[in-house]
Design a protein around this ligand. Structure first.
Ligand code: LIP
Length: 265
């Protein structure tokens, strides 16, 4: 893709995110149909509806680009370009009427003939919080923006003056590994927050609201857009592949306090 095509792709992703965001705003306090419910998770019919809406809009603009989303794949997701989409990140918050959730859309390009996740890099990131009307965008090698304004990560150097967010996915093993870190950081950081949306936590790191976000087991669609936005805002974003379907351990920081976090995965 050339620069002009990337700009068109960014505009298409923003339009798709805004359409899904409108559905989220209309339904925040409405009764929601639950498709699946487990001990720590909820899958909504609205997740599926929003992903289909995003998929229709992106496919109309770029019919040859496949889509890898939390609610399934569309097309061959090992092609040269693919959208990586979480239609509602923060689903449990949203299901409970908590207005802390977002739409996350990334465009990835494959850099080699192989087609594992490691062969893809994120070219565009879009995160929309439809409840605060905040739109984060970034294009690789360019600045990160919030509602068009260039943003930068914080420069806080002292963990004792920092606010750190941690995400917890569902597994027993993951909690056993993550809770000790939560305890340790609760003692050493100014505050620790568990907010329920990885994409928004990454957007907050990029904006300087948070100083780091850590999650030991997360899906690619939760973090692809936010990871690029953090990097374009001058922060550090690191992912380690785990066993399972597009699963990663990840750490995002302002690029200054990383060592103090003592994350050992
Ligand atoms: C959520 C992430 C969150 C994680 C949850 C869940 P979802 O994504 O944003 O950070 O802790 O387990 O994966 O399911 O709301 O799209």
């Amino acid at each position: 893709m050339n620069a002009n095509e990337l700009k068109q792709a960014l505009a298409a992703a923003v339009a798709a995110a805004q359409a899904a965001g409108q559905v989220m705003r209309r339904n925040l306090n409405a009764p929601k149909k639950i498709n699946e419910e487990s001990l720590h998770d909820i899958k909504l019919e609205l997740d599926v509806r929003c992903q289909k809406l995003i998929q229709r809009k992106l496919h109309r603009a770029f019919p040859k680009i496949s889509l890898l989303g939390e609610e399934g794949e569309s097309g061959n997701v090992t092609t040269e370009y693919r959208w990586v989409v979480d239609p509602i990140d923060g689903t449990v918050n949203f299901a409970h009427g908590i207005p802390h959730a977002c739409v996350s859309i990334a465009l990835q390009g494959r850099s080699t003939d192989a087609h594992s996740d490691a062969d893809y890099s994120t070219l565009i990131g879009v995160i929309l919080d439809p409840f605060t009307n905040e739109l984060w965008t970034a294009m690789r090698n360019g600045p990160a923006r919030l509602n068009g304004r260039i943003i930068r990560v914080s420069q806080r150097k002292d963990l004792g003056h920092s606010v750190i967010s941690i995400g917890f996915s569902k597994s027993k093993l993951n909690l056993e590994r993550s809770l000790p870190l939560l305890c340790s950081l609760s003692r050493r950081a100014r505050k620790v927050r568990i907010m329920g949306s990885a994409a928004l936590a990454l957007a907050y790191v990029a904006t300087g609201r948070l100083d780091a976000f850590i999650e030991r087991r997360i899906s690619l669609w939760d973090v692809a857009a936010g990871g690029l936005i953090v990097q374009c805002a001058g922060g550090n974003f690191r992912m380690k592949p785990l066993r399972g379907y597009h699963r990663y351990a990840m750490v995002a920081t302002n690029g200054v306090i990383g060592r103090q976090l003592r994350v050992n995965w």
